[in-house]
Design a protein around this ligand. Structure first.
Ligand code: MG
Ligand code: ZN
Length: 220
């Protein structure tokens, strides 16, 4: 890489860290838990968000939806009558903390913020969004080598969701291998086998999320 490019990248990442710190402060001051949901296009991120909202109506939830150009996910989620903010990143394939900072300030009154990152497993790794929980979601239809091919993002996850497990037999994906890869890369993360359409693994996710919310409440 050229010198100029390295300097630009260092500046970009230090700016990101500064905004991520602002977000952390804001979340703490307002008693908000933020969850960053990462994963490829088609892994099931938006459906997970929709179902989570529906089953946690007792929790005041806001949503930030990142997409490169369109607002289709924003329109889907807005139908559920929650506070939702859309972020279009233009040509960038990830959310950064500066963009999230602008939106999250409008969600001051919620208890939980679900952030749908832009669909990709590579560059969201470099951009801390000040979140409390990092979720990485994959679908078995991406191939059972998808986890071993993207080690960095799985290493930083708090929760790894392997979705669409009911489709594994049709696409020759070995779910045991995927789970093994996830555990090898990250022994700390919670790994959930899921099929949202069949309601498999969803209760486990909600139980996890409620646990995080309880801890943050009792610690003030
Ligand atoms: Mg989506
Ligand atoms: Zn990117």
């Amino acid at each position: 890489m050229h010198r100029v490019e390295i300097d630009a990248e260092v500046n970009l990442l230090s700016e990101n860290r500064r905004y991520a710190r602002e977000i952390r402060k804001f979340l703490k001051e307002n008693g908000i838990v933020a969850v960053n949901i990462m994963g490829a296009i088609g892994s099931g991120k938006t459906l997970l968000i929709e179902k989570t909202i529906e089953s946690m109506r007792d929790v005041k939830t806001g949503v930030i939806l990142g997409d490169v150009v369109c607002k289709a996910d924003y329109e889907r989620v807005s139908k559920l009558e929650v506070l939702a903010e859309a972020i279009n990143t233009g040509k960038e394939c990830h959310l950064d903390a500066r963009l999230v900072w602008k939106s999250i300030r409008k969600l001051q009154d919620v208890d939980l913020v679900l952030i749908e990152n832009v669909g990709n497993l590579i560059c969201p790794v470099d951009f801390d969004l000040g979140e409390d929980v990092r979720v990485v979601m994959v679908s078995v239809t991406e191939g059972d080598d998808v986890i071993e091919k993207h080690p960095e993002i799985f290493r930083l996850a708090d929760v790894i969701i392997i979705n669409k497990i009911e489709l594994a037999k049709f696409v020759d994906s070995d779910v045991d291998k995927m789970e093994g890869d996830a555990r090898n890369l990250n022994g700390r993360a919670k790994v959930i086998r899921m099929d949202l359409k069949q309601n498999i693994g969803f209760d486990e996710w909600i139980e996890f999320l409620r646990g995080v919310l309880d801890v943050s409440c009792s610690s003030g």
